[in-house]
Design a binder for this molecule. Structure first.
Ligand code: FAD
Length: 451
């Protein structure tokens, strides 16, 4: 067993890479993170990410205790209802969600930008921006040298690909790995919060997240995101005690321009969108959302219209295929870099956090001289690969996030839409079905015991 100290090179300062960095920091393992974005406020598509019990557990284990508390304080108001609506603004279901009293076994809503700022806290010296990884070389002694677009390089004992769906590390290490379009396009934007905007949504939707199931396989998600700070970044009067203190002391607030908002994401199979959709920007995307939804309720259309056009973006959803087994080495992968999934189950980020926690444990066991490096990485990969690709498959089968889903087909699609609505109506009305729906939901999302 080697007793030399480890140095870990992490490519990508996303949720997975940064959570791993915190885990290594807690274990006293040397590391450096290299990120292609030019600064800590660049990048990131989409606005909200749902952190589930799996994600909470990983953050609790890897972050310093006070930073985990700050994470809790920076989350948006916890959604109280899971709503299903028709495009005519009729309620199909409004299912009350469990609260957030349990630190781990609960669902939280967090702004992507806020979570990125939170995870960068305390890592300023170890995260290097404007470092686009281009390729690596493995040395005979097992060390790995990473090369960057600016001509610089870095050498470590382990190279971790945490560089997301289009991972350049994976392209070189596992060239046979396949990432393919899921056949779905989504366009999204943010509506700045106002009473007028909020009241366009039904009461339960104002306090939760809402899915719209519409004809022709169109779907939309609304998230109401309310934070503990106001539009000037000042702590709201209603926030006091520990949360107020943590927020005041948190340096990340200086870089985070997140304010209360309602976000929407509208998706359908890619044949429903114009060919040039990925080139459209700003108001063109808002106009497209209105063009695609002529028969939707006027309040929903008004919400599309009220979006801040500068926040609008198109996204072609991708999914990865299971990768045949490979021989473990001092290069490994986590998160979207190995198992990109559609947002169908809302677990991509959570799975990335879980990977980071497990890899951090594996490398910690190497440092504690309990295991050699290669068996430790092999143990991590043997655990990560099955659950990672199981979640890829589950995600593709949910909420119409595969272009092959019958929901998107001309005739059968109507029948599937009817069946989906009938199912959610039954869940809404029948207590035993509702209990089962919630138990299944929380268990899938990592709750370990009845909460
Ligand atoms: C619309 C949408 C909604 C979603 N909602 C949810 C949700 O509610 N819950 C959930 O759990 N998941 C959700 N996901 C999935 C989630 O966003 C991803 O799974 C998650 O961001 C993956 O984290 P990661 O750290 O593995 O990769 P990323 O977050 O993609 O981070 C990769 C990082 O690597 C950097 N990078 C890339 N290439 C290089 C390079 N060559 N050199 C250096 N750096 C590089 C990138 O700039 C980035 O910072 C959603 C996804 C989408 C598309």
């Amino acid at each position: 067993m080697s007793t030399a100290p480890l140095h870990v090179i992490i490519i990508g300062a996303g949720y997975g890479g940064l959570t791993l960095a915190h885990g290594l920091r807690r274990a006293g393992i040397s590391f450096a993170v290299y990120e292609k974005q030019r600064s800590r406020t660049d990048g990131l598509y989409g606005y909200r990410v749902g952190i589930d019990p799996t994600g909470n557990r990983a953050l609790k284990e890897c972050l310093p205790p006070e930073l985990f508390e700050t994470f809790l304080a920076t989350c948006a108001r916890t959604p109280r209802y899971f709503n299903v609506l028709t495009e005519k603004k009729k309620k199909t279901a409004a299912i009350p969600l469990r609260g957030d009293a349990d630190l781990i076994n609960s669902e939280r809503s967090v702004s992507r930008q806020t979570l990125r700022q939170l995870l960068l806290t305390g890592l300023t010296d170890q995260v290097h921006f404007n470092k686009e990884f281009t390729h690596y070389e493995q040395q005979v002694d097992g060390t790995v040298t990473a090369f960057f677009a600016d001509g610089s390089s870095a050498t470590g004992d382990v190279l971790v690909a945490a560089d997301g769906a289009h991972s350049a590390v994976r392209a070189q290490y596992l060239p046979h790995a396949v990432l393919k379009p899921a056949g779905i396009i989504t366009i999204g934007a943010k509506v700045p919060m106002s009473r007028e905007a909020l009241e366009l949504l039904p009461y339960e939707s104002q306090q939760g997240l809402s899915l719209v199931f519409a004809p022709k396989g169109f779907m939309c998600i609304w998230h109401v995101m309310e934070f503990k700070w106001d539009e000037r970044g000042g702590i709201k009067d209603s926030v006091a005690g520990n949360d107020a203190e943590l927020l005041k002391a948190w340096p990340g607030m200086l870089f985070d321009n997140t304010r209360d908002y309602i976000s929407w994401g509208l998706w359908a199979s890619d044949d429903k969108f114009p060919e040039n959709v990925m080139e459209l920007r700003g108001q063109q995307l808002v106009d497209l959302a209105l063009e695609l939804t002529p028969n939707w309720h006027k309040d929903f259309r008004r919400l599309f219209e009220m979006a801040d056009p500068t926040t609008a973006f198109p996204l072609r959803i991708a999914t990865s295929e299971p990768v045949p087994a490979w021989k473990t080495s001092t290069i490994t992968l986590l998160g979207d870099a190995i198992h990109t999934m559609t947002p169908g189950q809302g677990v991509g980020a959570n799975t990335s956090l879980r990977d980071a926690m497990l890899l951090s444990r594996a490398l910690t066991s190497v440092r504690a001289d309990r295991v050699d490096l290669i068996p430790a990485i092999a143990g991590y990969e043997a655990e990560m690969i099955p659950y990672g690709f199981a979640r890829v498959a589950d995600s593709l089968a949910e909420n119409g996030t595969s272009g092959n889903d019958p929901l998107h087909k001309p005739v059968i699609g109507r029948a599937v839409l009817g069946a989906s609505r009938a199912y959610f109506k039954a869940v809404d009305k029948i207590p035993s079905l509702q209990r089962k729906f919630l138990d299944d939901l929380y268990t899938y999302r990592g709750a370990e015991e009845s909460v």
